[in-house]
Each structure stands twice: as structure tokens, then as C-alpha cells.
Write a protein that binds this ligand. Structure first.
Ligand code: HEC
Length: 363
């Protein structure tokens, strides 16, 4: 005779020598008897209790569906950990990237500011120290190597550039006296900005120069009264200047400026591509190190998880499986004090209780 357990849905096959009617008649009496003996049989359905008079009990259960084991605890655990890791690594990537970018920008900006300060100081030293001294000694002469701060600053920078070829410095001006100072389109646009907005004291940012991304600082050069001798009317300029810059051949560039006019910009730039590339490499290295650390962590966690949780649970599950099949001689290892050991002890107790009940029912 087959019964389906109302609790666990397992099929129970009972070998019966008597007919079912007798069994049903005995059922009520047996139930009463069991209650008086105070044997706790839990929620066992009445069909099971009807087996009390049987001599043999065959427990014939349907086998576990293998598909239910395909997505085990380990897979779920690893999936959860991978999802958390992916989210963490994406967040870390963006945080590290923005942090390192800021750091890189500070680096290039600092270099550009240092170069700008150097060039400004060079110009100031020429016009405040060398120029007056030369004028005093040679009032009727114009010696460009000491009397033009633009010339001195540019020549000194040529020396700097020999060591730092990617660094850039220029007195960018429209219609310059020296053609080397001709402003390019971008510099012209900034000069226009300075002219339109006298409050604007500097412009800084990235720009593409040639094929390079550079960090650039520009400051306006505003004509003053003391500049007018060489930058307003050619008739006021020293003869040596006119000769040197070919005024006689029609070159009036650098003249006809007026006081207050933005006649050019002091421009410096330092390479940023290398720093940006370094930043990207640093970010990638950082992400790789974190990923490696994560893989190691997952291996260690998996090992511990397997040893401390998965193996004991598997052992418990296998033994519980055996017991559920009626093999009551199975002994569950209950060593340890953790929750799994407690569960194992509870299983052992349950096994004894079930065996007692079944023995009793079988008698
Ligand atoms: C004694 C003459 C003299 C005086 C004064 C003078 N400059 Fe010049 N300036 C020159 C010469 C010469 C050059 C070209 C230098 C070179 O070859 O790079 C020049 C170039 C420049 C340039 C570069 C653009 C160009 O035209 O080539 C700027 C900008 C400039 N001067 C601004 C000033 C300002 C601002 C003042 C006043 C504070 C001033 N200069 C006073 C002689 C002078």
C-alpha cells in the first residue's frame, strides 16, 4: 500500500498482511494508545500511524531531482561575491580615476605656474635691473640683448627648452615686431578675451598644441606709458632698434600701440599627454591590484567556506538523506560547538526519536 506524506510529500510504501479495512478500524484505537503513552509524533499524518501493526516498513522515496543541486550554496555565494566585487571595482575605478586626474592636473598646473613665474621674474629682472643700468651707462644706445625684456626672456627660455623640449613659452602678439612672436589662432582668441574683459588677469586650461595635449597659462601684456618709446611712433624709437627690425624695409610691426592696450599675452604651456597617460596607467594598475587581491580573497574565502560550512553541511545532508531512507544506523558526526554541530546533534536526537516511534509502531 502506498501513502503520500502530508508533510514532506514522500511516498511511503507499507507492506501489509492485513486488509485495509482492519487497519482503519485499528487506527482510532492506536491513536488513543499513542497519546496515552505520550509519544510525540509531531504532525505525522494519520496514514503513517496506521502502520503500527505492520511487521516491515519499506520507505520508498523518490530520488532527489539533480537539477535542484546544480545551483548550490557555493555557486550562490560566489555569484553574490562577484556582483559585490564588480560594483565595488566600478566605483573604485571612477573614484581612483577622478582622484588621480585631479592629482595629475595639480601636477601639470604647478609646473606651468613655475615656468610662468620663472619667465615673469626674468622679464622683471631685465626691465627693472639690467635695462636701467644700461640706459644709465649708454643713454644714446639701444642694446637689445639687455634693453628688451622680451628678447632676454625668450633667449633664456631657449636655454630651458634645450633641456625640456616639450615646454613652451611665447610673447604671443598680433603683428609682432619679431615674427617669432606671432600669436596663433587660439592665442588671438584669448587676446581678444583679455581686450574685451580688462578684469581678466589670466587664462589657464588644456589645449591641443600640434598633436599634444598641453596645460596652458596665459596672462595679458598691457602697454604702459614707459613702453611707448619703442612701441608707439617709429620716430620715437632708437635708431639701432629701427635698423635691427628692418623699419627701413617697411616693417612697422610692434609699433602704433597705445597705453592700456592688450598688446599680447605671456604664454606658457607644459605637456599634459604624458601625465594623462601616466594617470590612466596608474588607475589601471590600481584596478589590477584590487582585482588580484579580490581573486586571492575569493580563493581563501572559498577554501574556508568549503571547510567550515559546506563540507559539514554536505556531511549532514548526506547523513540526513540516509536516515530519511530508513538507514537509522547512520551516525552523524557532531564534533564542534558551532551552529552546524548543534544542528547535527539535533538530527541525531531526531533520528533516535523517529526510530523509537517507528519501532513502537512496528511492534
Ligand atoms: C627700448 C625699447 C623697448 C621698450 C621701452 C619696450 N619694448 Fe617691447 N620690444 C622691444 C623690442 C626690440 C622687441 C622685440 C624683441 C624680440 O626680438 O623678441 C619688443 C617686443 C615686445 C613684445 C613681443 C611682441 C613683439 O612685438 O615682438 C611685447 C609683448 C612687448 N615688447 C611689450 C612691451 C611692453 C609691455 C613694454 C613696456 C612695459 C615694452 N615692450 C617696452 C623694445 C622695447
Amino acid at each position: 500500500m502506498k501513502y503520500r506524506c502530508k508533510v514532506c510529500s514522500h511516498i511511503i510504501v507499507a507492506a501489509d498482511s492485513r486488509n485495509e479495512q482492519d487497519a482503519e478500524q485499528n487506527q482510532a484505537a492506536e491513536k488513543k494508545q499513542l497519546q496515552t503513552k505520550a509519544i510525540d509524533v509531531g504532525n505525522r499524518p494519520p496514514e503513517t500511524k496506521s502502520l503500527t501493526k505492520k511487521k516491515t516498513i519499506n520507505l520508498n522515496f523518490a530520488p532527489d531531482n539533480p537539477s535542484t543541486q546544480s545551483f548550490g550554496l557555493r555557486a550562490k555565494f560566489n555569484l553574490a561575491i562577484c556582483v559585490v566585487f564588480l560594483c565595488a571595482i566600478i566605483m573604485l575605478y571612477f573614484l581612483a580615476d577622478s582622484g588621480l586626474k585631479k592629482d595629475a592636473e595639480n601636477q601639470v598646473s604647478e609646473k606651468a605656474h613655475l615656468l610662468m613665474t620663472t619667465m615673469e621674474q626674468t622679464r622683471d629682472f631685465t626691465s627693472n635691473v639690467i635695462k636701467p643700468a644700461l640706459y644709465q651707462a649708454l643713454p644714446d644706445r639701444f642694446i637689445v640683448e639687455g634693453m628688451s625684456s622680451s628678447f632676454c626672456a625668450r633667449t633664456i627660455f631657449d636655454g630651458i627648452q634645450a633641456s625640456y623640449p616639450q615646454y613652451y613659452f611665447k610673447h604671443a602678439a598680433p603683428h609682432p615686431r619679431n615674427p617669432i612672436n606671432q600669436a596663433d589662432v587660439f592665442e588671438m582668441s584669448i587676446i581678444e578675451k583679455f581686450s574685451a574683459n580688462p578684469e581678466l588677469k589670466a587664462w589657464q586650461g588644456y589645449r591641443i598644441q600640434g598633436k599634444e595635449k598641453v596645460y596652458c597659462i596665459m596672462k595679458p601684456i598691457v602697454a604702459e606709458k614707459r613702453c611707448m618709446r619703442c612701441h608707439s611712433e617709429p620716430s620715437l624709437a632708437p635708431k639701432e632698434l629701427l635698423d635691427r627690425y628692418e623699419y627701413r624695409h617697411g616693417n612697422e610691426n610692434g609699433f602704433h600701440r597705445s597705453v592700456g592696450e592688450v598688446i599680447g599675452t605671456l604664454t606658457v604651456s607644459v605637456p599634459a599627454s604624458v601625465v594623462v597617460e601616466n594617470t590612466r596607467n596608474k588607475t589601471m594598475l590600481f584596478v589590477k591590484i584590487i582585482a588580484l587581491a579580490f581573486v586571492l580573497l575569493v580563493v581563501v574565502i572559498n577554501f574556508l567556506f568549503s571547510k567550515m560550512i559546506l563540507s559539514p553541511i554536505k556531511h549532514l545532508a548526506n547523513n540526513a538523506d540516509d536516515i530519511s531512507m530508513g538507514r537509522f544506523e547512520t551516525h552523524i558526526d557532531t564534533s564542534g560547538t558551532d551552529e552546524i554541530a548543534k544542528l547535527a546533534k539535533a538530527f541525531n536526537r531526531m533520528k533516535v526519536s523517529i526510530k523509537m516511534v517507528i519501532d513502537h509502531l512496528a511492534r
